[in-house]
Design a protein. Structure first.
Length: 399
């Protein structure tokens, strides 16, 4: 935590690497110790070895030291029946059910849904000539789109945005946000049992493997929370890059080929999911010269590894990474973001950016770039606000 983490992240990781190397001793709230892995090679090793470094919270040697109201409990989790908090064969069983449901999403229909919601959101501010597009666009668009394909009613959108944001930021409202989001998901599971539809949750319920309602609720939570803020930050960070970096100016004058290039650059340099928790050492071991004890928590420093100078040759200040997709933005290994979920996030983010630039082609930043602030979360990196200005245009809904 601290201001430098949000204002000069490159320098923070550079100093960490200089002082500690690729595996950094850190403390979580309440002076709880952990290791932050920021070396590309080391992170590849940790995420690629589920036997030595399983995602098994039950191994953690710090549970006895945690108060019940510890704010990161929702992020760390406890062993529970979901794709995110199971290991081994049980994890693969949950993953098969979730992946099957996500594979059923029609990408043409998904793009159409995203365009419809994007147009509706832009209609709400396009006539004014200015907006703050994190709250007005980048955050509601992926959540409302995900809610639609998952089976939530549109009316649940605002409550989901508020509760999931509180949970992800890891602050004083994290536990309350987590519980409120769970209550919305329990209600939806009950509805879909009674009246299934053409949506992801109904496909999960129809999967031949048997699960408890608790498992359906927790898997729905995993899909929704993992797809919401990272995709919102992918949109916001990409728009910020295109408004502040001359390499991507063509996107703002109609050259759409640079939109995916800007999005890929963000996954390297402005990674939406900065840190994931985590992995636990199954036995005493050594990692980059560090003595890692059995039960120690290893935080996955996705952004730090992406910035590791050893990971890639310098690409130059005037050239984006183009077709280099070997980043850790979606993690790696057995527990990486399922590929169908990655595809869904990309469709939503790219469609959202393209619709925004099509509707408001003269979009410009309304403040000096140096004044832009990041949301105070060590786990997710996104803009707190992104004020823009543009020539007022009539809403589509009024045509």
């Amino acid at each position: 935590m601290g201001p430098r983490f949000h204002t000069d992240l490159e320098a923070v990781y550079r100093d960490m690497r200089r002082d500690h190397g690729p595996v950094v001793p850190v403390t979580l709230p309440g002076d709880v110790p952990a290791w932050l892995v920021i070396g590309y090679r080391e992170l590849h090793h940790v995420t690629g070895d589920p036997v030595l470094f399983p995602r098994d919270q039950g191994l953690w040697n710090q549970w006895k030291n945690l108060p019940e109201d510890w704010p990161l409990r929702p992020m760390i989790g406890t062993p529970q029946p979901s794709v995110y908090f199971t290991v081994g064969e049980e994890h693969r069983r949950h993953l098969a059910m979730v992946q099957h449901a996500l594979e059923g999403v029609n990408h043409v229909e998904l793009r159409g849904t995203t365009e419809e919601i994007a147009d509706r959101l832009i209609d709400s501010f396009c006539g004014v000539g200015e907006s703050e597009i994190v709250s007005a666009y980048a955050k509601p668009l992926p959540l409302l789109t995900l809610a639609r394909i998952l089976g939530f009613p549109d009316s649940d959108g605002p409550e989901l945005i508020r509760s999931l944001t509180d949970m992800a930021d890891g602050g004083p409202h994290a536990l309350a946000g987590f519980e409120h989001a769970l209550s919305l998901m329990r209600r939806l599971v009950a509805r879909k049992h009674a009246a299934p539809g053409a949506d992801v949750l109904s496909a999960m319920l129809a999967h031949p493997a048997e699960f408890t309602d608790e498992a359906y609720v927790l898997n729905l939570m995993a899909v929704t929370s993992a797809g919401f803020l990272p995709t919102a930050d992918w949109i916001g960070n990409s728009v910020r890059l295109m408004l502040t970096d001359d390499r991507f100016a063509a996107s703002l004058s109609g050259g759409r080929h640079t939109v995916p290039e800007a999005m890929n650059e963000v996954l390297w340099e402005d990674t939406p999911t900065q840190i994931l928790a985590g992995r636990w050492a199954a036995r005493d071991t050594r990692l980059a010269g560090r003595a890692v004890a059995r039960g120690d928590l290893l935080l996955l420093g996705l952004a730090g590894a992406n910035r590791d100078p050893a990971a890639h040759a310098p690409h130059g200040a005037d050239r984006p990474r183009e077709r280099n997709f070997a980043h850790f933005a979606f993690s790696h290994g057995e527990y990486q973001c399922p590929f169908p979920a990655q595809e869904i996030a990309e469709v939503i983010a790219r469609t959202g950016i393209e619709v925004l630039l099509d509707r408001l082609p003269d979009l410009d930043l309304a403040v000096a770039p140096r004044t832009l602030a990041r949301r105070p979360s060590p786990f997710l990196r996104g803009m707190t606000v992104l004020p823009v200005r543009f020539a007022p245009t009539p809403p589509y809904g009024g045509r």
